[in-house]
Ligand binder design. Structure first.
Ligand code: ADP
Ligand code: ZN
Ligand code: ZN
Length: 768
């Protein structure tokens, strides 16, 4: 614990800081609902021993003094650094302390405070994000009454000083032998009713106390052990660098840039083995989609106690894992984004695999990015952080170039396997020619046939789900849109529906134009459903699996599909980006990208980065075995730098080309960005509010003399969503902390509007 933290968490006043006048103690309490606080409360002396930072308390709030639950986030006395901000004479008293032990430890509480300040989110909301609901409601546990003999009664019994019945005597003799006894179990064992037990309790000879116990324990599954692989020279070098930091308990952030199939996971495992040898725990963050059985198995085959935190856990299971982790019973925690909050008692290492993945950013408050949270945590706990990717985010790449993070490279595939050849198929030519063959070009079709005939397997990527992606009237040109969103409806074959992919609004498949009434309405564009049908028609003898959010709704379906593919029961796996990442199938000899441009032209400064990443990642699924492999990329923009770089597996070339574009506009990583999104049912009111907020932000930047550019307001690219009109404002600044300061200052001058909501997104990932 550092000096500062020591002070923050000490509830004992330091003797040299106290004089008689200053003998007060206050609790700072944050709420998870408005008004969020934090507010300070007096701690009545009987509660002084019970209260500490991290417990929940009940306090009076407002004129009516209604009772409210809140989180005690600090205990402040006259010697505390924040003492000056407390007016001890004006405080209302805490009513009740609700937890015996903190439900959030001091390290995570400090982390919560940082998240609250950095992402401009109320502290109570952050705490509720960190501590899972199951833990907060003690899910999977029960309060149980246990009995014990009162002090000294056994001696009195033996000296025959007690007047008790023979049954009562039996009860006492049983208790004297030790063990945990509930009234029911005791009565059963002794063979009596509850009456003698109750009498003894009334006489004060036996005492009852409650304890919270697990109603059900869960197993942490294990796998058969497999031996360590022999590392190649690159892997060994990279491992040594990380282990040096593990051994010296030093924080260092590493960017492990390893091409697909270069053996990154093996290096993580070996580094974690060191961590475990030191009696510490590791956290491994992966995109939710990568929490596949394969990932679990790989770790469970090397470690005894691996906790996998995935989104299908029940509240009770989650609470149980949380408990196990906090007691140090878990060596490795693997999970998606929120596993960064795992309450490990002795953290030794954090790994973020596929660190470029967008799912590490939460899209509701607190809008945190797990990479930045992990970095903060690793720094504070003096442990290394390893960010791994074949296609690092440009933010991470820039840090490595500047030397803030250390770059570790795995430039080759393991066992000297070559990267697959990538060829592009120019869809413009294919469209122009006479041989229009639907979503699969002639060339791709031939290659699929060849791969199947050679006994290989095929992965086909199409990042659009549904059947037809556009419903348009050829008579008037009208495109059917969601009534609530400015989004074209997608035609789904199952149930003959049209669905809005943003809000899930569904209508029956239209049979005439909703604008001009023409019955000539047509379905255009290809989604994964249609692709599946076309592939099946072209290869009727080949078993196919489709993976997208429509087919993967049931828990376990993901697992099932991948197992069938691994075992060769299905030969073609087609789907959305969920098949692009992390999968390691040595028998895949062909990867086809149906349309590489689908996201290239989004109004988002990361559109090229995402396109490059997706194509490179899916290409990396090919040729992971001895058979080698190929990749065919269908595209309308074969000359686009992102596509060209992806066909060459050239991350560094891509970064070199793209970074100057970012620099020119001061976009991340060359500046800090925040996005304000304003929405309301009335377009006019939302628009007016946006102007008001933009003015307030501009004024705040001026007052604070901070270099912040306010861009907008403008209609958001998705202008209407779930019936609300949306506007956005972008804030850019070269200076760390400036955006937070300006927004906070502006907030105090912004008049809220009942019908218009607005949110602040720091370091936004989603620009739509
Ligand atoms: P990445 O995470 O970089 O995509 P993986 O760690 O998944 O790569 O490794 C790809 C494959 O290579 C896996 O099947 C893994 O078991 C295997 N592998 C990793 N390191 C070695 C090694 N040193 N020798 C042999 N096989 C290895
Ligand atoms: Zn909609
Ligand atoms: Zn029409």
């Amino acid at each position: 614990m550092s000096q500062d933290q020591q002070q923050l968490f000490d509830t004992e006043p330091q003797p040299w800081q106290l004089d008689d006048m200053d003998d007060w103690v206050a609790a700072r309490v944050a709420f998870s609902e408005a008004p969020y606080g934090p507010y300070d409360y007096e701690i009545p002396s009987p509660l002084e021993s019970e209260i500490q930072a991290g417990v929940r308390v009940e306090v009076p709030l407002g004129r009516g003094n209604r009772h409210l639950k809140g989180y005690c986030v600090a205990v402040i006395n006259a010697g505390h650094p924040d003492a000056a901000s407390v007016n001890p004479r004006k405080l209302k008293p805490v009513r009740r302390v609700l937890d015996r032990k903190p439900i959030i430890g001091w390290r995570l509480l400090e982390l919560a405070k940082w998240i609250s300040e950095y992402y401009l989110c109320p502290l109570g909301t952050v705490i509720e994000t960190i501590v899972p609901p199951g833990v907060r409601d003690n899910a999977g546990t029960r309060e149980i009454l246990f009995l014990a003999l009162a002090e000294g009664v056994m001696e009195r019994l033996l000296r025959d000083e007690l007047k008790i019945s023979p049954k009562q005597r039996l009860v006492m003799m049983q208790l004297a032998q030790g063990g945990d006894w509930t009234p029911r179990e005791l009565a059963e064992t002794v063979g009596c009713t509850q009456a003698p037990i109750s009498t003894l309790r009334r006489k004060g000879l036996i005492l009852a106390s409650t304890r919270r116990i697990q109603t059900r324990t869960h197993e942490i599954p294990t796998e058969d052990r497999t031996a360590n692989l022999e590392l190649n020279a690159d892997q060994q070098f990279v491992l040594n660098e990380i282990v040096a930091m593990v051994e010296s308990n030093t924080h260092q952030s590493f960017l492990m840039h390893g091409i697909t199939g270069s053996g990154k996971t093996e290096v993580y495992i070996r580094a974690i083995q060191k961590v475990v040898e030191f009696g510490r725990q590791a956290i491994v963050l992966v995109p939710e989609i990568s929490l596949t059985p394969q990932t679990r198995q790989r770790f469970r085959a090397r470690f005894d106690r691996v906790a996998v935190l995935h989104s299908h856990l029940t509240a009770a299971q989650r609470a149980w894992h949380w408990q196990q982790i906090s007691e140090g019973n878990v060596q490795v925690v693997i999970g998606a984004r929120s596993a960064v909050f795992a309450p490990t008692p002795h953290l030794g290492l954090i790994v973020l695999d596929e660190e470029h993945d967008g799912s590490f950013k939460q899209d509701k408050a607190p809008r945190y990015h797990a990479r930045d949270v992990a970095r903060w945590r690793a720094e504070k706990e003096s442990v290394p952080l390893v960010l791994g990717s074949a296609t690092p985010s440009l933010e991470s790449w820039a840090r490595a170039e500047q030397g803030t993070d250390r770059l570790l490279s795995l430039p080759n595939r393991v066992l000297d396997l070559p990267l697959p050849d990538v060829a592009t198929i120019d869809l413009r030519i294919d469209f122009g020619g006479r041989k229009r063959t639907g979503p699969i070009s002639q060339k791709l079709r031939q290659e699929i046939r060849a791969a199947i005939n050679d006994g290989g397997q095929v992965i086909l990527l199409l990042n659009r789900r549904g059947f037809s992606t556009r419903i348009q009237c050829p008579a008037c040109g009208h495109v059917e849109h969601c009534p609530d969103c400015s989004i074209p409806m997608t035609h789904h074959l199952d149930g003959n529906k049209a669905i809005c992919h943003y809000c899930d609004h569904q209508i029956p498949e239209p049979n005439r134009c909703s604008d001009c009434g023409s019955p000539a309405i047509k379905f255009w564009g290809v989604g994964t459903q249609k692709l599946e049908r076309e592939v099946q028609a072209a290869f009727p003898d080949v078993p196919i699996t489709r993976m997208d959010t429509d087919t993967m709704k049931k828990p376990g379906s993901h697992e099932k599909a991948l197992t069938a593919f691994r075992e060769g029961k299905t030969r073609i796996l087609l789907g959305t980006q969920m098949i692009a990442k992390g999968l390691d199938f040595p028998n895949v000899t062909l990867v086809g990208v149906i349309n590489a441009d689908s996201a290239l032209h989004f109004p988002d400064f990361r559109a090229t980065e995402r396109t490059f990443g997706l194509v490179t990642q899916v290409a990396g699924r090919s040729g992971r075995g001895e058979r080698g492999g190929r990749v065919l990329v269908q595209t309308f923009s074969p000359d686009a730098p992102a596509i060209v770089a992806a066909t060459r597996h050239d991350y560094i070339g891509f970064a070199k080309g793209e970074l100057p574009n970012r620099k020119e506009y001061h976009y991340p990583p060359f500046g800090f960005m925040a996005r304000i999104v304003i929405r309301g049912e009335s377009s006019t009111k939302a628009d007016q509010m946006s102007e008001h907020i933009a003015d307030a932000l501009t004024a705040a930047a001026k007052t604070l003399e901070l270099p912040v550019d306010v861009l907008g307001p403008a209609p958001a690219p998705v202008e209407k969503l779930r019936g609300k009109f949306r506007f956005h404002i972008q804030l850019l600044s070269p200076q760390a902390g400036a955006l937070q300061a300006v927004v906070t200052h502006a907030k105090s001058t912004i008049k809220s509007h009942d019908d218009v909501q607005w949110i602040v997104d720091i370091d936004p990932q989603d620009m739509l």
